[in-house]
Design a protein around this ligand. Structure first.
Ligand code: FES
Length: 136
């Protein structure tokens, strides 16, 4: 199993290693715990406040584990023009799925688009969204 030390070792020689480390920690553990922030700060010779500040600044980083699956639904202009607003109530009707807004996944011509974990979904309509929600 991958540890915080493994992730730090993979990135610590890069220029600006903190963000890649935080992304990988969240990817592996689902969130960035206080203990992880302390270990990362120690490894990079930063203060805990510096690491905490970065984790707090970026909304994609979570300090606590999310019990529900997260659906990030693109709410930017092209997806709005393609009808994403009508899909929001459908997505939010699932209590076991947390719906978050994201602004452009680079799939503007095939929106509405969504992101679940690292997988993108395009050309969403109510039927495709319901299938995706059932699969989550
Ligand atoms: S506006 Fe939604 S993917 Fe670009």
């Amino acid at each position: 199993m991958t540890s915080i030390a493994d992730i730090v070792a993979e990135h610590e020689h890069r220029e600006g290693p903190l963000l890649p480390i935080l992304h990988d920690v969240q990817k592996v553990f689902g969130h960035i715990s206080e203990d992880a922030m302390r270990d990362i700060a120690h490894a990079l010779n930063l203060t805990r406040a510096e690491v905490y500040g970065v984790v707090s600044f970026y909304h994609d980083f979570r300090k606590e584990a999310e019990a529900r699956s997260v659906l990030k639904l693109c709410r930017a202009e092209a997806c709005k023009a393609r009808g994403v607003d009508a899909l929001v109530p459908i997505a939010e009707s699932q209590s076991r799925v947390k719906v978050e807004a994201i602004y452009c996944l680079g799939l503007c011509s095939v929106g509405p688009a969504a992101l679940v974990d690292d997988q993108v979904y395009a050309r969403l309509d109510s039927a495709r969204l319901r299938n995706l929600l059932e699969a989550m």
